[in-house]
Design a protein around this ligand. Sequence first.
Ligand code: NAP
Length: 534
Amino acid sequence: MNKAAMEEADIVVIGAGFSGLYAIWRLRNDHKVVCFEAGDGVGGTWYWNRYPGARVDIQSVEYSYGFDDALQQEWHWPEHFSAQPDLERYANHVADRFGLRDFIRLSNAVQSLHFDAETDRWHVRTAKGDVVSCRYVIAATGALSVPNSPPWPGRELFKGPIYHTADWPREGVDFTGKRVGFIGTGSTGIQAMPIIAQQAAHLTVFQRTPAFCMPSGNKPLDPAFERDWKANYPQRRKQLLETYGVSTIQYPEFSAHDCTPEQREEILENAWNSQSAFQLLVCFSDVMTDRAANEIVCEFVRGKIRQIVKDPATAEMLCPRTYPIGGKRLCIGNGYFEMFNRDNVTLVDVKADPILAYTAKGLCTAGVEYELDAIVTATGFDALTGSMNKIDITGLNGRKMVDKWANGPTTYLGAMVAGFPNLFMIHGPMTPGAQAQMITSGEWQVNWTAGVISDMERDGYTRIDTTEVAEKSWADEVDMVSEATVHKLADSWYNAKNIEGKKGGFMIYIGGFPRYSSLCAAAVKEGYKGFVRR
Ligand code: NAP
């Protein structure tokens, strides 16, 4: 490519989800910013995941932007936990209100990034043929944006439609009169199935691993609660950043072992009915760190399943036994277990008898062919690394990111990768990611990145990289904090074990956001420790 023909920018932002939108807003006045987005609308996760029942599981007064006080004062969330249409509407409102659309090129995914070591600039190529040279790239590509589809053969044989919840038709789907097969009982499946079951003639749920699920307690937003948040927003946002998960969900001081069985039962019952998602995980100080304390909560949920689900055999199949509660992200539902009391819902165990293939009529296991009119897969994501590995990224000395990450991601602070200078990730692998409320923590990460870029200009540098030594120190920190919790006892997208053959260790930083942010801030303060600038 003739360099003279390239369009010039200062910063390319990849992705117009919530972090990408904020990155544009934060950097647009001081830099020439171009943002490329694969979808034909803004909102990222909340653009793609428009399946029935899609809803956030963090209360919306928290899960929203804090960068503009007028915005947070004026915006009204109709519900406590907002549904996808409201979240998408909010993303569009922000894009319009702050004039961000002028910077965004929709339906134009970035296909390759190539670092030019002579000029210290990235060359960015896109699906529509745009070629941009820029000093910095900010990858706000999403932790959960590349759908994972089941590997079964015969997809082309099946006569009916096959949907993935993360790529749901904009016009919706009418399942009236249909026999629907549903695969995936994680957070997504648990939200979608109770709604599909109300419409479909029959719903067959193919379950590989049962899920722990607690009721969301969603409700219309209480006006007094909303007024209270709006009156206190600046300090609330600041306080959120000082908490483990950037959220109002807090651990108590006492252990499960400090309580009598009666006290435990009362605490757990209150948590279940709290209308505050995740409360079960913070009933006691040690739910996430002590296997015995965790098992007390697990058994409580199994008891709830047995109470709710009328058929004892189905109830037992729904009881999770192979991993601790919270080891995988706790699912938050509305009528999930109750759904199994419907006459038109059947539960099938595909751990014992796995699905082997699509057929012309539906799906087959070794022993059974299931006849279906439509199939829905809610089989998760190639999480954290998928969205970066999808782009052909070439760093120094021709090294490809996909090769460097062949055995799992390596990063420093989850923000940069050695040998790939001037490329920053937001919510990348080895950041707190989904263990911290993602809008507020995303704003923090963008602000940190903007500070690094501003320092580069102030100090007259054109290249910032990290080192393999720094990456190793970060890997040790990520491993050390994950060893302390029960997360290591579950196979999930946190540790790359949700996809057969995927490599990588624990890919989320679970040392808490205050520790994460103070380590990022300290690296800068201590003369860019772990970075090399020139
Ligand atoms: P997920 O948690 O990875 O769940 C995927 C499900 O598909 C699991 O039940 C998995 O079974 C099953 N599965 C995958 N491959 C299969 C196969 N070949 N055969 C049978 N079953 C298979 O994905 P997700 O439900 O989309 O959720 C991902 C994350 O998105 C969540 O953890 C959460 O962070 C986020 N999310 C949040 C919300 C919210 O805010 N409310 C809603 C949805 C999602 P195994 O467990 O056996 O692997």
